[in-house]
Design a binder for this molecule. Structure first.
Ligand code: MSP
Length: 533
C-alpha cells in the first residue's frame, strides 16, 4: 500500500527530562490518527516521533538526579516515553533520539554546509536565557516574578527567573530570510495553520528578524560544532534537524526524496521555532520547506496550560487504565477543536464515553450483530429491494467518507469525526424507525427484515473502516464480528476512500457474537481518578 501520495508527518520530539502527561499524549494521538488515516487510504505514509535529549534542561535534571544526561535519557525513554506509545496505541514508523549517531552525523553535515556557504558567523551575545524554554528572551517577554521570585524578572511561560548570559558563539544569518519567509506565508497561506497561528507568525516576522545564536560553549552536553569542538550546537537547532536526519538527509538521498517535505505538527508554544527558524534553516541549506506546520492548542486544567512544571500534569495511564486507549484517542480529538485550546474534565470524558462510545456506537454494533444472529442464524441476509430509508443510509455513508476525508486534509480532525458520527446517528435512527424486531414477527416481511439488517451491517462495515484510525482496539473486533474478513480481507487493507462504496459485505457471511466494545465503567472508578487529579 505505498503507491499513493507521500504523507510524512512528525510530532515534536519531547524532552525526556520528565515523564509524559496527557498534553504530550494529545500530540502523539493527533499525529497518529492523521497518519493512520492516510495509511488506510493507501498514501505512502511515515510517522516520526522521538526525544530531544541535549541542552541545559536535560543536563540539570540529570545532575539533580545524580546521573549523567545520557543515563537519565536512557532511563526515561525506556521507562516512560516508549511505553507511552503502547499506552496510546501509536503506530509510529520510527523513533528518533537526538543522541543517536545517525542524527549527530547528519546534523553536523547540515551545519558544515551552512558554515561553508557563509550562513554561519562568529559573534558576541548577551541576553536573558530561560532554561525551561531553552531560549533567549527579549526583555519585553519577561514579567515581574511573584512569591519566591518577587523583585526579579521571570519567564512569562515558566514563571521562573531567567539567566543573564554573555557568550562568544556562532550565529545563523536568520535576518537574511525575513523577506523570503514573508513571501512564503503570502504565497502559501496554508503553510502555517490554523489561520490564527499564521497571523501570529506573519506579524512576528514583519517586525524584523535577528540572527540566531546557534552554539554554546559553557557546557558540553550537545552535538559538537564540527569545525570548533569547544562549542556544542544550540539545542533547538539540533532538535529541529531531527525531521530530516531521521529520513536520510545527507546519507540516503532516495529515502529523503521519497519522504521530504513533510508536515510538522506542533503545540502552539513552539510554533515560532517551526514556522520561522526551521524554514529559514531549510532555505539556507537549499532544501524544500515543510508542506505545512500545524499548531494545535493546549490542554487546559483549571483554565491554565497543563504542565509538569506547574504540577498539573495528568499521566495518560490514569485515563487509559479506566477508559481504555480508544476512549483517550476519541475523546481528545472529538471534544476539542483541533487548533484551539480545550479544557479537560473527567466529567466530560465520562459523559462522552457513555453517550457516544458505549450507547451510540458500541450498542449499535452489538444490537445489529445480535439481530443477525437471532433472526438469520448468524448468516448475513441478502438485501432485497432498497427503499428510500435504505438509500438515505447509503447516501449518508458516502457523504461521511467524502466530508471526513476533506476535513482530515485540512487537519480538522474534530470535523472529520463529527462527519463519521453522522453515520452512527443515522443508523441508530434508522433502526428505531425500521423496528426490525417487529418485522421479525411477520414471516411475510422476512425479505424486508433482511434488507434492513444488511443495510445496518453495511453501515457498520463502513464505520469499522472510517473509525479504524481512531478506535484501534474496537474496530478490528467489529470487523471480525461482521464476518468481513473472509470476503474482504483484513481491516487494515480496506481502502478508506472507498468505504462509501455500497454492498461490499458478502451476503451469507458468518456473523459472530460481539462483546461490549465499550463496557460500562463503574462510577467509583471515575470518581477515584477524578478526585486524584
Ligand atoms: N523538545 C521540544 C520540541 C522540539 S521539536 C524539534 C519541546 N519538548 S516538550 O516536551 O516540552 O513539548 C513537546 C510538545 O508537547 C509541544 O508541542 C508542546 O506544545 C506539547 N505540550 C506540552 N504541554 C501541553 C499541553 N498542556 N497541552 C497540549 N500540548 C502540550 O518543546
Amino acid at each position: 500500500m505505498s503507491s499513493g501520495a507521500s504523507f510524512y508527518i512528525t510530532t515534536p520530539i519531547f524532552y525526556p527530562s520528565d515523564v509524559p502527561h496527557i498534553g504530550h499524549g494529545y500530540t502523539e494521538v493527533a499525529a497518529d490518527v492523521l497518519a493512520r488515516w492516510h495509511r488506510q487510504a493507501g498514501d505512502d505514509t511515515w510517522l516520526l516521533t522521538g526525544t530531544d535529549e541535549h541542552g541545559q534542561k536535560m543536563l540539570r535534571t540529570a545532575s539533580a538526579n545524580d546521573m549523567t544526561p545520557r543515563e537519565w535519557a536512557d532511563k526515561l525513554v525506556e521507562s516512560s516515553w516508549l511505553p507511552l506509545l503502547d499506552t496510546l496505541d501509536i503506530a509510529n514508523d520510527d523513533f528518533i533520539r537526538t543522541t543517536q549517531q545517525r542524527h549527530e552525523t547528519s546534523a553536523q553535515a547540515f551545519l558544515t554546509k551552512l558554515h561553508d556557504t557563509g550562513f554561519i558567523y562568529t559573534g558576541d551575545y548577551e541576553g536573558f536565557y530561560c532554561v525551561g524554554c531553552e531560549e533567549y528572551k527579549q526583555p519585553s517577554e519577561l514579567v515581574e516574578g511573584t512569591g519566591p521570585f518577587e523583585g526579579q524578572r521571570v519567564c512569562a511561560i515558566h514563571s521562573k527567573p531567567v539567566e543573564l548570559l554573555h557568550e562568544r558563539n556562532y550565529f545563523f544569518r536568520m535576518s537574511d530570510f525575513q523577506q523570503r519567509l514573508l513571501a512564503l506565508y503570502e504565497e502559501r497561506p496554508d503553510f502555517v495553520q490554523p489561520e490564527s497561528a499564521r497571523n501570529e507568525v506573519v506579524s512576528f516576522v514583519t517586525q524584523g528578524l535577528a540572527d540566531l545564536s546557534i552554539s554554546r560553549s559553557t557546557f558540553d552536553w550537545g552535538i559538537e560544532v564540527p569545525w570548533d569542538p569547544e562549542h556544542v550546537v544550540y539545542v533547538w537547532f539540533d532538535a529541529l534537524l531531527n525531521y530530516i536526519t531521521a529520513i536520510g538527509y545527507g546519507t540516503d538521498d532516495e529515502r529523503f526524496a521519497r519522504r521530504w517535505p513533510g508536515v510538522q505538527l506542533v503545540g502552539k508554544d513552539i510554533l515560532r521555532f517551526h514556522a520561522v527558524i526551521w524554514p529559514a534553516m531549510l532555505m539556507a541549506a537549499g532544501l524544500a520547506v515543510p508542506k505545512h506546520v500545524f499548531a494545535h492548542g493546549w490542554l487546559l486544567v483549571g483554565g491554565e496550560k497543563m504542565s509538569k512544571s506547574k504540577l498539573t500534569g495528568i499521566a495518560p495511564e490514569q485515563i487509559t487504565d479506566v477508559f481504555g486507549s480508544d476512549a483517550f484517542r476519541y475523546y481528545f480529538l472529538r471534544a476539542i477543536t483541533f487548533g484551539q485550546d480545550g479544557s479537560f474534565s473527567w466529567e466530560d470524558l465520562s459523559a462522552r464515553y457513555q453517550a457516544e462510545l458505549a450507547n451510540g456506537f458500541g450498542n449499535l454494533a452489538s444490537r445489529v450483530v445480535a439481530m443477525v444472529t437471532r433472526y438469520f442464524d448468524g448468516a448475513l441476509p441478502e438485501p432485497a429491494e432498497y427503499e428510500a430509508a435504505d438509500s438515505a443510509i447509503q447516501e449518508t455513508v458516502a457523504a461521511a467518507v467524502r466530508d471526513a476525508d476533506a476535513a482530515m486534509e485540512r487537519f480538522a480532525i474534530h470535523e472529520a469525526l463529527a462527519a463519521v458520527w453522522t453515520v452512527v446517528e443515522e443508523l441508530n435512527g434508522y433502526i428505531t424507525a425500521q423496528e426490525p424486531w417487529v418485522l421479525a414477527k411477520d414471516p411475510e416481511r422476512r425479505a424486508r427484515l433482511g434488507t434492513v439488517l444488511y443495510t445496518a451491517a453495511e453501515g457498520l462495515r463502513a464505520l469499522a473502516v472510517l473509525l479504524s484510525p481512531v478506535l484501534t482496539r474496537a474496530t478490528p473486533k467489529l470487523w471480525t464480528a461482521l464476518g468481513a474478513e473472509a470476503g474482504l480481507g483484513p481491516l487494515a487493507d480496506q481502502p478508506l476512500r472507498d468505504a462509501g462504496t455500497w454492498g461490499q459485505l458478502r451476503p451469507g457471511s458468518t456473523v459472530s457474537p460481539l462483546e461490549a466494545l465499550f463496557p460500562r465503567i463503574e462510577q467509583e472508578a471515575t470518581q477515584t481518578v477524578g478526585a486524584g487529579a
